[in-house]
Design a protein. Structure first.
Length: 115
């Protein structure tokens, strides 16, 4: 037990610092998972080199993934971003124009219909 005499206050402070770094690493790991990032890798990196990885994580972390509480309707996209579902029927294999199933040629590009 000579080390506590040589370095007074080292071991109790080391234990407290170890616990604080472990808690920060757990928080970073769970926060990274919520943001769609690799939480295990970020948690281990922060645990091993907290002074390096924690600032890097806080700079490069992605925005939170949108999550609505249970019972709320889903988030609607902004106006003007809606694309209608594709129409049933036949499409030109050359230009993608919707064509009548009975048509023999595409009215847009003139390519013969495959059906």
């Amino acid at each position: 037990m000579i080390l506590p005499m040589l370095f007074p206050g080292f071991f109790p402070g080391f234990g407290l610092g170890f616990i604080i770094v472990a808690l920060i690493a757990v928080w970073v790991g769970s926060d990274a998972n919520k943001r769609g990032m690799n939480g295990i890798a970020w948690g281990i990196g922060v645990f091993l080199l907290c002074i390096v990885f924690l600032p890097i994580y806080l700079i490069v972390r992605k925005p939170l993934l949108a999550q609505q509480p249970y019972g709320y309707p889903p988030v609607q996209p902004p106006p003007g971003t809606y694309t209608p579902p594709p129409q049933a029927g036949h499409f030109c294999s050359n230009c993608g124009t919707h064509i009548d199933p009975a048509a023999r040629f595409c009215p847009n590009c003139g390519k013969p219909s495959s059906s």
